[in-house]
Design a protein around this ligand. Structure first.
Ligand code: SF4
Length: 471
């Protein structure tokens, strides 16, 4: 096929559940491509000599490589091409914001639509499952050393997966009653079905990883005790699960005020919650979008998002914003809450103020500035701030670990070693809230460092992966 013909193929769109149906349940919203659509989409790829898409992928998947195999219908080979670099393509293909990563760097996006790389990756993982192909990799012969991994999110899973395949005896300690960290308690099922996380759990168990749920490191067992128990190296991958507060009047102690990740965790672990009919969600990232769409699915009728900048600056994925609006959530831009009003301890409304954009701040985005005298009231049963998350430091109790000014762990930017030599850290507890692909990449860096540490090798010379490659 000539380049001109490839350029003429429009981007293929996946089928989706209709908005009126999807807000009644937690079924996956987006269907995968069928074979014909996947091959058509794969034919849009120009097989660039300098594939910019790879630079946009935090784990540096060989994107033109797997697309070339896919369009020859070599689906299994194409899947293994992705697995050369990615430990969990079934998760990344569903939840990564591709338009800011690989697809955002695809040359076809300059004058039209980028290649739908995420959907093609998903096609391969779905094909492997549908065709009953084994997705496990053989493990090396067992070694003596034990490794502890604190947290079962994507970074911890990746460390466990790599080191277990190198023959190390790996134990994951997870404080939640469920496996998967933020994947399980932060991403609703309509974006990431639970059987996908279940498959990751199965693959770790099949290579001998011991998974202990409901064990909080720092409270039930300390890091120092793990070391005394003979763990040669420990990985900290506890994520960033603590909601940041708004810091406004009425936020503390008022019934009806919840916080984004706490709310999602409660709903996604099966708690029945009644947050009322009218709900205000504050924030513009994926957590805010997930909270708003989850509130609709649990019976709230009138859901607003308040965001202090404009829609273009919302950090959430464009597909999520599109789905949100299709489902009937109203986005109130250039507005911020200033006070929560209540009667007898129960919230009744939120007082807001209009914002306008001023000079760019340190993030490069224009700083929102309040417009004096523009206050207005939104009556509501609940308010759910979802503005950002920070690290909960329960795990490092009793160990002096250096932190950054943002409360994340201070690590060597090349090796992810912390200020304690046998402790390594990666994922959101180092980067702050970030994408799954970035957490997976840090898991790969940390696993390499931990193996070098346990083998007594230099942590820096001739590395395969370094953390700053990604920064
Ligand atoms: Fe294909 Fe886009 Fe990557 Fe080029 S940049 S190889 S067109 S996916």
């Amino acid at each position: 096929m000539k380049a001109k013909e490839r350029m003429a193929i429009p981007r293929q769109r996946p089928r989706e559940l209709k908005p009126e149906e999807r807000i009644t349940n937690f079924k996956e919203v987006t269907f995968g491509f069928d074979e014909e659509t996947a091959i058509l989409e794969a034919n849009r790829c120009l097989q660039c000599k300098k594939p910019t898409c790879i630079q946009g992928c935090p784990i540096r998947n060989d994107i033109p490589g797997f697309i070339a195999l896919l369009r020859e219908k070599k689906f299994e080979e194409a899947y293994w091409k992705v697995r050369e670099t990615s430990t969990m393509p079934s998760v990344c293909s569903r939840v990564c914001p591709h338009e800011f990563q690989c697809e955002g760097s695809c040359v076809r996006g300059k004058k039209g639509d980028a290649v739908a790389i995420g959907m093609l990756e998903r096609y391969l993982t779905d094909w492997m499952v549908a065709n009953g192909r084994p997705m496990a990799v053989e493990c090396a012969l067992p070694r003596q050393e034990k490794v502890a991994i604190v947290g079962s999110g994507p970074a911890g899973m990746t460390v466990a997966y790599i080191l277990a395949h190198e023959g190390y005896s790996c134990t994951i300690f997870e404080s939640l009653p469920v496996f998967g960290g933020m994947l399980s308690v932060g991403i609703p099922h309509y974006r990431l079905p639970r059987d996908i996380i279940g498959a990751e759990l199965h693959s770790l168990k099949s290579c001998g990883v011991d998974i202990r749920l409901g064990v909080t490191v720092g409270r039930d067992v300390t890091l120092a005790e793990l070391r005394e128990q003979g763990y040669a190296s420990v990985f900290l991958g506890v994520g960033a699960h603590e909601s940041r507060k708004l810091g406004i009047e009425g936020e503390e102690g008022t019934e009806g005020v919840l916080h984004g990740v706490d709310y999602l965790r409660r709903v996604l672990t099966g708690e029945e919650m009644n947050i009322g009919s009218k709900v205000v969600v504050v924030g513009g990232g994926n957590v805010a979008i997930d909270v708003a769409r989850t509130a609709l699915r649990t019976g709230s009728k009138d859901v607003f998002i308040l965001y202090r900048r404009t829609k273009e600056e919302m950090p959430a994925s464009r597909a999520e914003i599109h789905h949100l609006e299709e489902e009937g959530v109203r986005v109130e831009i250039l507005a911020a809450p200033v006070r929560i009003l209540s009667e007898k301890g129960r919230m009744t409304a939120v007082e807001c103020i209009r914002m306008e954009l001023g000079e760019p701040d340190e993030s490069g985005r224009r700083r929102p500035v309040a417009r004096e005298g523009s206050n207005f009231i939104i009556e509501a049963d609940s308010i759910i701030p979802a503005i950002s998350q920070r690290v909960d430091h329960t795990a490092d109790q009793g160990v002096e670990l250096q932190q950054t000014p943002w409360g994340t762990y201070q690590v060597d930017p090349e090796t992810l070693q912390t200020s304690v030599d046998w402790l390594f850290a990666g994922g959101d507890n180092v980067l702050g809230p970030q994408t799954v692909a970035k957490a997976v990449y840090q898991g790969k860096v940390a696993a390499e460092s931990m193996q070098r540490f346990m083998e007594g090798r230099d942590l820096r010379v001739d590395r395969k992966f370094t953390a700053h490659m990604e920064q």
